[in-house]
Ligand binder design. Sequence first.
Ligand SMILES: *Cc1c(COP(=O)(O)O)cnc(C)c1O
Length: 363
Amino acid sequence: MSATFNFCAGPAMLPQAVMQKAQRELLDWNNMGTSVMEISHRSQEFIALTTQAEADLRQLMDIPLNYHVLFMHGGGRGQFSAIANNFLGNNGQALYLVDGSWSSAAVEEAKKLAGEDNIDTINIVEKSNGLNSVSIPELSTIDKDYRYLHYCPNETVDGIEIFDTVNSPWPVIADMSSNILSRKIDVSQFGLIYAGAQKNIGPSGLSIVIVRDDMLTLPSLPQSSIMDYKLAVKHASMYNTPPTFAWYLAAEVFAWLKASGGVEAVEQINIEKAQLLYQCIDDLSFYTSGVASLNRSRMNVTFQLVNPELDDLFLEEAKLAGLVALKGHRSVGGMRASIYNAMPIEGVIELVKFMQAFAKKHS
Ligand SMILES: *Cc1c(COP(=O)(O)O)cnc(C)c1O
């Protein structure tokens, strides 16, 4: 079988070395004669795994000691409701910045749980000359006692990324589902960071939550125990049976990242990969990008064929060349190449070669 490069936005490809290791030890993990899937989450061996996973993530992201690291159920969307439930009791209010599909979905969920009147929104995307860019207004002049400000620094569907820190008078909560561990960030700027695992960490279903200790004193709404941050902290993310196999794979991805030189090293490769692809889009009049250069996502490169009648042929021929899952999200159309940490630069080079050849053939 020739190489396949999988550009799926999520669940996304995992590092090949991790998948091969998982395959090797699927039936006999840690010399236990059984799969990691088939042992107690409270066994000494599994606890050693979770301790190592947390230590590795703390090291990779340089997480300060006054933050808890949680491994929870329910993916990214699970956290949309967990946040509202944990932080908006007694008519608590929050501000949501909206820059695309996922931040809009987070707003809908928060309104449903905390009431329309308690959720304010600001649309931070501007369109000029057909290009989307992000502009965050001065927030310090807003005279409101919000419990938190929520935003999504990488809009997976739209291909929009916010690289600047948000200066907020309120604790900042960030949905980093699709760009966590892709570049260095200063965790101390955030009240809470969360991420569904299936983009840059591991299998779907698992979500990672990094929460500052003082956030847990905010009043909460009635909620299910498994999504309660205080209970998750108290029980070390094992109030009930956690998704153990997903946790194991996440631990392997963290170990792989460390062995690859950590976040700074993969950030350099991510910059290179994104530049190669955007350069190709900009160089050829056959393709266009709808995102202004300062807000072009490094993880999800969205682009259009100037002649959309060729979309299906593009996807068909790409697939024959071993380049799969390039179709853009149905809400925006066009193409999307998701190039998370696990995508080797060779995959991007192959895609660029294909795009050049396709443009030449069909211009
Ligand atoms: C994928 C994604 C989600 C949703 O994750 P689920 O695990 O499907 O709930 C939320 N936010 C962002 C930014 C995403 O990319």
